[in-house]
Design a protein around this ligand. Structure first.
Ligand code: DX5
Ligand code: ZN
Length: 219
């Protein structure tokens, strides 16, 4: 379970990260460049500073053009996982290699309008597959159930190939949608609004984890 800081108070990022430290597995850090997506968030200097402020591993989600130029910097800054978009990369496998060499796990993200089939063969080079369940760019959007077909296809492929990797969903994940995502085969969950929009973010993370765990345990 990875709370997304996109829904946090950016003036209090360190406190907002620490508020979920005991409940979450990772902190999902959304980097947007106003080119790959219209929105703009934070970049490397902020992530470097935030790295020192919390013990939570960082799940960095790069929604940027030219990830080859920037992604390794996030690995060097101590990110646990660095995910970049397949739509923004001309050689995803080579960049994944570089990220792993820099000590991070490598993630491939697939946006709403991108089919998954052409990229399934790349998965052995990755540790994480991030399937957007909204159009990347903004928090607070409505979950798109049709994206779960991609999750299920990816899960079948990962199972058949005995791949060691996570399938992560991002966008509109909350108490009403997380079970469907888990049932379709996701095993990592990003939630912004559902966590930081709650009275008690840590408690919200625990509840979401509980729902996902129960859904994953069902045959
Ligand atoms: C959007 C980001 C998401 C975003 C999700 O492009 O990648 O991580 O924070 O926000 P919610 O959970 O509010 O849909
Ligand atoms: Zn994200």
């Amino acid at each position: 379970m990875a709370p997304s800081i996109l829904a946090a108070d950016f003036a209090r990022l360190a406190e907002e990260a620490r508020a979920v430290e005991d409940a979450a597995d990772w902190l999902h850090v959304d980097v947007m460049d106003n080119h790959f997506v219209p929105n703009l968030t934070i970049g490397l200097p902020v992530v470097q500073s935030l790295r020192a402020a919390t013990t939570l591993p960082f799940d960095v989600h790069l929604m940027i053009e030219d990830p080859r130029r920037w992604a390794p910097g996030y690995a060097d800054a101590g990110a646990y996982n660095v995910t970049f978009h397949v739509e923004a990369s001309d050689n995803p496998v080579s960049l994944a290699k570089d990220l792993r060499a820099a000590g991070a796990k490598a993630g491939l993200a697939v946006d709403r309008d991108t089919p998954i089939e052409p990229y399934l063969d790349l998965l052995p080079s990755f540790d994480t597959l991030l399937i957007m369940t909204i159009k990347a760019g903004f928090g607070g959007q409505k979950f798109i159930p049709a994206m779960l077909d991609k999750v299920a296809a990816a899960r079948r492929h990962v199972k058949a190939g005995h791949l060691e990797m996570r399938i992560e969903v991002d966008g509109g994940i909350g108490e009403d949608t997380i079970a469907q995502a888990a049932a379709a085969g996701a095993d990592a969950f990003v939630a912004g609004t559902a966590v930081y929009g709650a009275q008690d973010p840590a408690e919200a993370v625990r509840r979401l984890r509980g729902i996902a765990a129960r859904a994953m345990a069902e045959p």
